[in-house]
Ligand binder design. Structure first.
Ligand SMILES: Cc1ncc(COP(=O)(O)O)c(C=O)c1O
Length: 408
């Protein structure tokens, strides 16, 4: 460091792996043409021509905005109509009655995760996440002077490893009075796993044993609207109602994927508080968290989303349009899984979502080997992440064999 302070952040100046591979893919495409190269590094939904999918119905709402919707400040916690709208975006017509639901605007799911970690842990604390996880969890924790502890995500049967979850949580809570647990489900990034009913029961049974520790359970639902049937994939939310008062369910909502508003930075943190006082505290704390981090949010994005959700017809249009793309996405991943199965390539347990992960021992080496075959994919902890969101049916049919050859 020259003048800036490191403050325990150990990745400052380190090359960004994802952008590194992505830049190489672009170079190779410029050299050989896009028909000869597969770029599987991209984490957004692309159509079969490689163009970003932008929902027309969402654009309709954005185009209807007035100058003041862009220019004026929004309240610190977000526009009141937005704070109501996100409840509907998360729970649809099944808003739980037996808990106190509050919400605040955050810039994307990232802001929601940041606020949750900042508000419900102390500097020096560890938070708990699964071994396969979205890397920014580490950065968010480090930036706030916290750190990440991981449990082994899967057991041998390919289910959530509750024994490891229990063990690592116990290790944290031997040292701390509070922690945050991030559960990224449904359609987990990077594996595509969705927690089952049984997984949820296992997690909640473990948490129920801690009656004197404060635990915030953050469900990162970034991919909820690109997982599966809207009602079925929200069923887990009911399990979060009626928990003991020391357990606080929080929902990190993101409009990035579900509403294709990635760049508008539109998200929210919601609490499902067991008491009114805990909900009040959430609001009071979030007012300070938001004010000190980004102050006011993106009013235009909030207005566009609130206008969609308040308008039954437009909301139905968004959902129908999204459903068509969900079918495209599911079809792509099914092709990959079918082909992987046919040639004997193992993947992490996959259910739905943007990504599929193939575990392997030397991901960095294999990632480089793939590049020799003009396939560019991100090497993660112990695997290679393939993006069903950004590759075509044809590419996804070809990728398993390329991966298998590189691994062999
Ligand atoms: C697992 C996961 N959580 C949260 C996010 C948050 O995204 P955003 O801040 O764009 O809403 C992402 C985005 O890629 C993600 O993959």
């Amino acid at each position: 460091m020259i003048i800036a302070q490191k403050n325990g952040r150990n990745t400052i100046g380190a090359p960004d792996k994802l952008f590194g591979v992505s830049a190489k893919a672009k170079e190779r495409i410029a050299e050989l043409g896009s028909d000869k190269v597969i770029d599987s590094t991209i984490g957004v939904l692309l159509d079969d021509n490689g163009q970003l999918v932008v929902l027309d119905s969402v654009m309709k709402s954005i185009r209807a905005l007035q100058p003041a919707d862009y220019a004026a400040y929004a309240p610190i916690l977000g526009l009141p109509q937005y704070r109501e709208a996100v409840k509907k975006a998360v729970f649809l017509d099944d808003l739980p009655q037996d808990c106190f639901i509050e919400s605040c605007y955050t810039p994307g799911g990232t802001g929601a995760l940041r606020n949750a970690v900042s508000a419900y842990t102390k500097p020096g604390d560890q938070i708990l996440v699964s071994s396969w996880h979205w890397n920014p969890y580490n950065l968010i924790a480090a930036e706030l002077g916290r750190s990440v502890r991981t449990y082994t995500m899967f057991d041998e049967a390919g289910r959530l490893n509750i024994a490891s979850f229990e063990e690592e949580l116990a290790a944290i809570l031997r040292e701390q009075e509070e922690t945050v647990i991030i559960l990224n489900t449904p359609a987990h990034n990077p594996t595509g796993y969705t927690m089952t009913d049984e997984d949820w029961n296992g997690v909640l049974t473990v948490l129920g044993r801690y009656t004197d520790k404060k635990i915030a359970i953050v469900v990162d639902i970034a991919y909820l609207d690109f997982s599966g049937d809207a009602k079925e994939y929200r069923a887990f939310l009911k399990k979060l109602v009626g928990l003991p008062e020391n357990l606080l369910p929080l929902i990190a909502f993101s409009a990035s994927k579900g509403y294709t508003m990635y760049g508008m930075r539109c998200g929210a943190l919601l609490c499902m508080a067991p008491t009114e006082a805990i909900a009040r505290e959430f609001i009071d704390v979030m007012s300070v968290e938001c004010r000190a981090s980004w102050s006011n949010g993106n009013r235009a994005a909030m207005t566009a989303l609130a206008n969609i959700i308040q308008d039954d017809e437009l909301f139905a249009e968004v959902r129908a349009e999204r459903e068509a793309y969900l079918q495209v996405l599911n079809h792509r991943s099914a092709i990959f899984m079918e082909e992987a199965h046919r040639i004997g390539l193992s993947t992490c347990p996959f259910d739905s979502g943007f990504f599929i992960t193939v575990p392997c021992d030397q991901p960095d080496e294999i990632g480089e080997k793939l590049q020799e075959s003009n396939l560019f994919a991100v090497a993660l902890g112990k695997g290679i992440r393939i993006s069903a969101a950004s590759n075509t049916d044809d590419q996804l049919r070809r990728i398993p064999a390329i991966l298998k050859a590189a691994m062999e």
